[in-house]
Structure formats: structure tokens, C-alpha cells
Design a binder for this molecule. Sequence first.
Ligand code: NI
Length: 391
Amino acid sequence: MRNLKKEIEKIKEELVTLRREFHRCPEVGFEEKETAEKIANYLKELGLEVKTGIGKTGVVGVLTGYGPGKTIGIRADIDALPLEEQTGLDFASRNKGRMHACGHDSHIAIGLGAAKILSRYKDQIKGKIKFIFQPGEETLAGARAMLDDGVLAGPAVDAIIGLHNWSDLESGLIGIKKGPIMAAADKFTITIKGKGGHGAVPHQTVDPVVIAANIIDDLQKIVSREIDPLETAVITVGTLNAGTAYNIIPDKAELSGTVRTFNPEVRQFIIKRMEEVTAGYCQGARGEYEFNYNDGIPATVNDPDLTEEVINILKASFGEDKVIESVRPSMGGEDFSLFQQKIPGVYFFLGTRNEVKGITSSIHNPEYLIDEDILPTGVRAFCEVVLNYLL
Ligand code: NI
């Protein structure tokens, strides 16, 4: 009878050391050279078959069991953020303007720890485990780059799991949910062209600032007046640029923002209405426009059957009270969703909030901390799921 809990507690110190090493040397998307090298070396030492340069700076390690069976993927994202760390930790970032403020350092340590533990079960595993260390999650370009390089082929991956450390959830809890758990995240830019002139003679101009103001106001009404209140959507205008002086009416205004949704139909409806609203205002006010909408990434949607299986496994190993089913989803985006578009996948949250230890700040904050006690929990969650899936 295996006792994963005990076994993983024994490597806790190593997990902490690993996490701190990666924390000290954060690298942003597609610059993860040192990070990738360390990961590759660790996996090679475990005897895994390792490939580097998958999706530019991604690393893939394959653990082959004793006989034929399914292949399961474990995905860990490895990139940091362009942010100056302000934690004051003695293992704080040594790379200026770079910080593991999304806790991906913990994801790497958990992925490597899972590889270490699972490699001990090689003789019992039917099938294969593919450890996918993904670059550039923050830029939402890493998963796509790895997919373009065939990360889910040779061996073909049947299912994939991934996690994120989660500051909204108490340390030690696992949050999971069937269906959408993170939102689709898109970007848009709207350029409004008017006719510039003196601020004192608006009647001789077409003022793009006033048109932009109306459009921004009306974009909010798409969410409040046109979307079913039981659906979820966000339209945020994050930048608005126009003008050079207080007494000049500029000839153009540019705004950009993001749209977050869970339901693809709502997403399509919003895109259509955003352009219609823009076109309508511009026509009425004698202006012109350019509307650019970039489909960023789809929503992270957990496969219902596989999620059911994972929930049962996690409840059996951690206890019913440790697994928060139907956790509150996030409007954040996660390019894990692109893997899920190809194969069934489950993404879950690993709670790291710990008020006693003063760990309360949220991800992407320069003072972000994680509770290192979650490292063994993450490793165990991955190991339990994989062993139950492949044995
Ligand atoms: Ni993250």
C-alpha cells in the first residue's frame, strides 16, 4: 500500500529549495533560458526522456511505465512577470524588474516534485506521463507555441491536468469545478478618426474625444443591458489616448481594452455589438473608425467526466472537506484552455492564503507570497490523479 503523503513530506525540504531557486532567478515569457536548463537537467537526472526548445523555451519530459496504456500530461507554467519584487525575502529576485509574482516558481517545483515521486512508480505505471513545462503563460502565447511544436504528439496525450496557486483560497484547500473555471480573454483596439481643429470652434471639427466618450459609455451598456444577467461578461477599456494640448481638438482617439467571457455565444454577441455600437456612433457624429478585435484565448473549460473522476480521487486522498467543488471561477485568462480544446483537461486551484503567516496579497502584486506548505499538497494532488488514472 503506497503512502504518498509520507513519501512526499520527505521531499518537502527539496521542494522548498527548488521553489526558492526558481524564485531567485525569474525570467519572463520566452526568455526562460536558465529556468528551462535547470528543469531539463533535473528531469534528465530522474531518467526521463527530455526535449527542450518545444515552444521556444519549453521543456517536455516523458516518463514511460512498464507497459502500454494511456498518456497523461501534467502542465506547469514557468514564466515570471515584468515586475520589481517588493517582498524583502532573502531569496527575492536577483533579476531586476522580474518577479515570480504569479507563483509559477511553485508550479515548477510541484511539477518537478511530481516527476521525482512518479518516477519511483515506473514499474507499476501502465502508459506514460508527459511533463509539460510551458513558457510564456503570462503573454498567453506559450501554450500556442508548444502546440505548434507538437507538444501533444509523440506520444499522443490522452488527457491533461494543471493547477494554479490561488490566493483567494485558504492554504491546504483544493478548488475545482466542472465546466468553465477561467474566462476567455480577448483584446480590442478602436481607433476613432475625426477632424481636428481649434478647441474654440468645435462646429468646424469632428471631435473624436466626444465620440470615444460615448462609445466607452455604451460598451458598458452591452454588459448591463444586452447580456442575460445570469451570464458573465466584462468589457474593460484600459487605455484611452487622444490629443496633445488643452485647446486643440485632436483628429483621432484610440482606445483599447479587454473582454472576458465564459460562454462562446456571449463572446460572439459582444464582438458583434461592440462593432455595431462603434459604427453607429461614428456614423452619427460624422467620424470614421477602425475596429480590431483579437481572439485571445478561449475559456478554460474542465471536461465534466474527467473532472468528476479527479474530484473523486482528490476527495478520497485529501478528505471531502479539503476539496471545494464548484469553486468560484475567475475572470482571469489561462492558456491551458488551448490544450483543453484538443484533449480533455482539468485545471484546479491550490489554495495558498494563510492569514496567520501574513500571506494575503493577490497574484501579480509585487509583495506576492505563497505558503510553501502547499508544495507537497500540489505534488500529491498530481501524483494521486496520475496514479489512479494510469495504474
Ligand atoms: Ni499564473
